[in-house]
Design a protein around this ligand. Structure first.
Ligand SMILES: [Mg+2]
Length: 198
């Protein structure tokens, strides 16, 4: 699958790489477990991740500002010893590369978290071609073929762009699976889906 911009460039399709946009949190590692530990410091009654079925899980437990600050605390120390990628994350990215994908790691986080994020990716041998840290990864979609993410709004926008929208299945995206999203229990199954679709 190739996008119109590449065709407009007049390149031979056989020489063009497919582009995969790959999320970090809850795609390459279990962010939700680390996040829960942070949220429990704010309010011990915070529900466990298996009950995170809506986007407003902070409601009744903490302020939105405290919720966002907890996310930033994790991202600022991404390269902590305790934040480890999924066991199959490296092979997932290596397989994408072997099959000719240009890999853009794209995470919803602020640019100043780039150093710990880059150190984490390097430390765990996670290969990629570009790193995109911003609050709107959809700007990448016009040059993408595949989006791997867990966020329902992000995946639904990928579907709107005609892209393969896939990722790991969680309580917060389960209800959206019928909207064209391809959600699976592990990255090996996500990889199978991508390779069979490309
Ligand atoms: Mg994510």
């Amino acid at each position: 699958m190739f996008n119109e911009a590449d065709r407009m460039d007049g390149k031979d399709e056989k020489t063009l790489k497919k582009t995969a946009i790959v999320d970090i949190d809850n795609t390459l590692w279990q962010f939700s477990d680390a996040f829960y530990l942070e949220l429990k410091k704010i309010n011990a009654d915070f529900p466990t991740p298996d009950r995170w079925c809506t986007r407003d899980i902070w409601e009744g437990y903490c302020s939105f500002e405290a919720f966002i600050a907890a996310i930033h605390r994790i991202h600022r120390r991404q390269d902590s010893d305790s934040y480890r990628p999924y066991a199959e994350a490296r092979d997932f990215l290596l397989s994408l590369r072997t099959h000719g994908f240009h890999i853009i790691i794209a995470s919803h986080r602020t640019p100043e978290t780039s150093p710990p994020t880059e150190r984490w990716l390097a430390r765990h041998g996670l290969p990629y071609d570009e790193l995109h840290l911003s609050l709107d990864k959809t700007v990448l979609f016009p040059r993408a073929d595949v989006v791997v993410d867990d966020s329902p709004p992000t995946l639904e926008k990928a579907v709107e762009h005609g892209l393969l929208a896939t990722g790991l299945l969680f309580p917060w995206n389960r209800a959206y699976a019928c909207n064209g999203l391809r959600l699976f229990d592990n990255l090996n199954e996500v990889l199978d889906c991508i390779l069979k679709s490309s």
